[in-house]
Design a protein around this ligand. Structure first.
Ligand SMILES: NC(=O)c1ccc[n+]([C@@H]2O[C@H](COP(=O)([O-])OP(=O)(O)OC[C@H]3O[C@@H](n4cnc5c(N)ncnc54)[C@H](OP(=O)(O)O)[C@@H]3O)[C@@H](O)[C@H]2O)c1
Length: 252
């Protein structure tokens, strides 16, 4: 059985990707940070549909925990799935957040850097020995780092996502000898729990942000989850080093 590790699978885009990938018959190990109950609910939903899944805690900002995390992943693969390697890694866990450039604190900058770039960078390095040759890595970038999505107030966030887009291309080159494909999705504004539930707290923003897309609405987690599943699957076997915008035509 192939198994995918999806960071941040307790909510939003990661949860949608986990459900979609599981539907294709791939086993899923998803991670959560604060929302254990939601992670278990996603596992239960996958199992109810006939799939196989497990959930593990992970703080992507805590590099010191990665050795222990990798050991727990290896044990979960053996005990829960009967395999010793991961086939796919989806680096999705993350947060939102911004401030006008003049007000960006070192704390906000460092938090975004740790969570969005440094964490997935070194977690992937740590998990490389566990990843099968011929497998895939999918990173979650953002339109905030593309010409179509430049917005005032997001310099620190967008810069981390730009770094994710760049490392996607470099890893694709570097891991090609192992036939590991590396791609990224760049979601536009998507209705998740991001920004402390910003879409629940400020529903008036939903219509406003929706107008930025050619299709006139914001994205739903499934819109992005389906594309992540495509980049994991064999239908994209000839695709590597790409950043795929998933935004309903933002900025067109
Ligand atoms: N929504 C958008 O408009 C949008 C647009 C472009 C890119 N993105 C990117 O999409 C990715 C997924 O975000 P989302 O929109 O789906 O948000 P979400 O609904 O808030 O989900 C975020 C997920 O990441 C996990 N997470 C948060 N901080 C973490 C940490 N320090 N360590 C480990 N896991 C952590 C959360 O776990 P717990 O809930 O268990 O704490 C949750 O599973 C992020 O990388 C985000 O930057 C989102």
């Amino acid at each position: 059985m192939q198994v995918a590790l999806i960071t941040g699978g307790s909510a939003g885009i990661g949860r949608a990707a986990a459900l979609e990938i599981a539907r294709s018959g791939v086993g899923v190990v998803l991670t959560y940070r604060r929302h254990a109950a939601e992670a278990m609910a996603t596992v239960a939903e996958i199992e109810a549909a006939g799939g196989t899944a497990a959930a593990l805690p992970l703080d992507i900002g805590d590099l010191a925990s990665f050795d222990g995390f990798a050991e727990r992943v290896a044990k979960t693969l053996r005990d829960g799935f009967g395999v010793d390697r991961l086939r796919h890694l989806v680096n999705n866990a993350g947060v939102g957040g911004g401030a006008p450039f003049g007000e960006v604190s070192e704390e906000l900058f460092d938090d975004l850097h740790r969570t969005l770039f440094r964490g997935p960078y070194f977690l992937t390095q740590r998990l490389l020995p566990l990843l099968e040759d011929g497998g895939t890595i999918v990173n979650t970038g953002s339109t905030s780092a593309l010409d179509t999505g430049i917005e005032a107030g997001y310099s620190a966030y967008a810069a981390q996502k730009a770094a994710v887009h760049v490392l996607t291309r470099v890893w694709a080159k570097e891991l090609a000898p192992r036939r590991i494909r590396v791609n990224a999705v760049a979601p536009g504004t998507t209705r998740t729990r991001i920004g402390d539930d910003v879409f629940e707290r400020m529903p008036e923003l939903v219509a406003q942000w929706g107008e930025q897309a050619a299709f006139g609405r914001i994205g739903e987690p499934e819109d992005v989850g389906r594309v992540i599943a495509f980049l994991v699957g064999d239908a994209s076997a000839w695709v590597t080093g790409q950043v795929v915008e998933v935004s309903g035509g933002q900025g067109l």
